[in-house]
Design a protein around this ligand. Structure first.
Ligand SMILES: Cc1cc2nc3c(=O)[nH]c(=O)nc-3n(C[C@H](O)[C@H](O)[C@H](O)COP(=O)(O)OP(=O)(O)OC[C@H]3O[C@@H](n4cnc5c(N)ncnc54)[C@H](O)[C@@H]3O)c2cc1C
Length: 443
């Protein structure tokens, strides 16, 4: 293998995706800077997600029957999927492509592509956890709560797909579900549940921060408060980036600048031989400036996190209430309820109606687990491609790479995607086939 030391790579974004990418780049011998506009790791979408890692359940949102479902929700004040149209050519194109991808054949292809990465990613995550001794509050197993017989019947096609792809699962009756989750409230109708024993949940920011600390020890430089304004390209090759602000920091907290990395002046060129863009939705303009238009739109989601009032009154496993598409996840000392997919404006504004739904579902199932009246609303933007799979690896510009568009499953995909992209940058053959996961599919 070639010696890559001395080859400096910038990773733009210290979310879960950028942090994993940086770790694997360093492991492959690169000098790595992570450039992050915020003052720490995993402070944006990676902060408040549901924490579910469910390769068996990974599925594109462009699926047969979805357009009809979204239409039926259109005028509902509160629904799991909300469409709030805004005038935008990019959004219109995104929706047109999404509709095309809802066809059964396209859906199956996209799902297979996502699952290829998801299963690889779970293995990579397990290896990282074990090697670095990271404790991210992992819980084994994932439960899908089915309130009515109709929900049970509607889970049929999903179960058939699980069967087909050999994913272990079991349809439980209400008693068996309550035996797994003794604190589930008795008053709420429960027709059954789908149990996925090999899926899991864990805290994405806890993992990201621990990995960043390990990466920092291994030599990765985290430069916080650093907004990348431009990627500089000359004759089809990356030269570096222009960024505002910049102070090196120990991860995950800010520290004084360390010797060897002078704070950059605004507008000063920071030279790199390669740049990996892992900055989710807000980094799209950096690529568009070079004619690389990725079809990624922010699909907003909400969550609330509360201290666990009494551990025995809370969930043992992560679960999703299928009727509301709301996830409930136990973290050490905390309970999180997350959900809603809102397509429309880019503005990240907490929505009281979304919070009401989250609190209703959390309180329905676990009334004594938390002081639900204290709930507050977090909002994040899922960086969503219309077909589902992310966009990984090379771009038409020499030295410019992406790790973007992980949508609703970025935590589940991050370790595998980081490894794959680091392999592409290093000129190594990735461990999985990248067919359908690169920019090639946009042609
Ligand atoms: C409600 C909700 C629930 C979810 N539940 C799950 C789940 O259960 N399981 C799962 O796998 N996924 C889930 N997700 C999706 C998951 O959270 C995302 O896919 C993932 O966090 C994306 O990670 P990222 O690193 O790409 O983006 P981010 O975490 O948003 O990180 C991008 C970083 O780039 C930085 N940045 C952007 N532009 C610049 C710039 N110009 N210069 C410097 N820095 C820049 C940002 O500050 C940010 O820190 C959920 C999402 C939501 C909203």
């Amino acid at each position: 293998m070639s010696d890559l030391s001395g080859r400096r790579v910038a990773v733009i974004g210290a979310g879960i995706v950028g942090t994993c990418t940086a770790w694997y780049l360093r492991e492959r011998g690169f000098e790595v800077d992570v450039l992050e506009r915020r003052d720490g790791v995993a402070l944006e979408t990676s902060w408040g997600n549901a924490g579910v890692i469910a390769p068996g359940y990974v599925t594109p949102w462009a699926a047969p029957g979805m357009p009809r479902k979204v239409l039926s929700y259109l005028f509902a004040a509160e629904a799991p999927v909300l469409f709030r149209p805004v005038p935008s050519v990019a959004l219109a194109r995104w929706i047109a492509r999404w509709l095309h991808e809802c066809e059964l054949g396209r859906y199956r292809l996209n799902k297979a592509r996502m699952q290829r990465l998801a299963f690889h990613s779970r293995d990579a995550l397990h290896a990282l956890r074990a090697r670095l001794g990271i404790d991210d509050g992992r819980r084994q197993g994932y439960l899908q709560l089915l309130r009515s017989e109709r929900d049970v019947a509607m889970s049929g096609p999903a179960r058939a797909l699980l069967e087909e792809s050999g994913v272990p699962h079991r349809l439980l009756d209400a008693d068996a579900a309550r035996a797994l989750e003794p604190a589930l409230a008795r008053g709420v109708p429960l027709a059954g549940a789908l149990w996925l024993p090999e899926d899991e949940s864990a805290s994405c920011p806890d993992f990201a921060q621990a990995l960043a600390a390990a990466a920092h020890t291994a030599g990765v430089r985290f430069v916080f408060g650093c907004t990348v304004r431009r990627i500089v390209v000359e004759r089809g090759r990356v030269l570096g980036v222009l960024a505002d602000g910049a102070h090196e920091a120990t991860a995950p907290e800010r520290d004084a600048p360390a010797p060897g990395l002078a704070p950059a002046q605004p507008g000063e060129l920071r030279r790199y031989s390669a740049v990996v863009v892992a900055g989710a939705v807000d980094a799209l303009p950096l690529l568009a400036a070079h004619g690389i238009h990725l079809p990624i739109w922010p699909v907003k989601g909400y969550s609330t996190t509360l201290p666990l009032a009494d551990g025995d009154a809370g969930p043992r496993h992560a679960m999703i209430d299928e009727a509301y598409k709301v996830a409930i996840t136990p973290f050490p000392g905390r309970i999180r309820v997350a959900g809603t997919a809102e397509l429309g404006s880019r503005a990240l504004v907490p929505r009281p109606a979304a919070l009401r739904t989250l609190v209703k579902v959390g309180r329905d199932w676990f009334p004594d687990a938390a002081r639900w009246q204290d709930a507050s609303c977090w909002v994040g933007a899922r960086p969503m491609t219309p077909d589902g799979p992310a966009l990984l690896g090379a771009t038409p510009i020499d030295g410019l790479y992406v790790n973007m568009g992980h949508g609703s499953t970025g935590w589940a995909m991050a370790a595998g995607a980081g490894q794959v992209v680091a392999d592409v940058v290093a000129g190594r053959r990735p461990e999985i086939d990248l067919d359908g996961l690169t920019l090639e599919r946009l042609r």
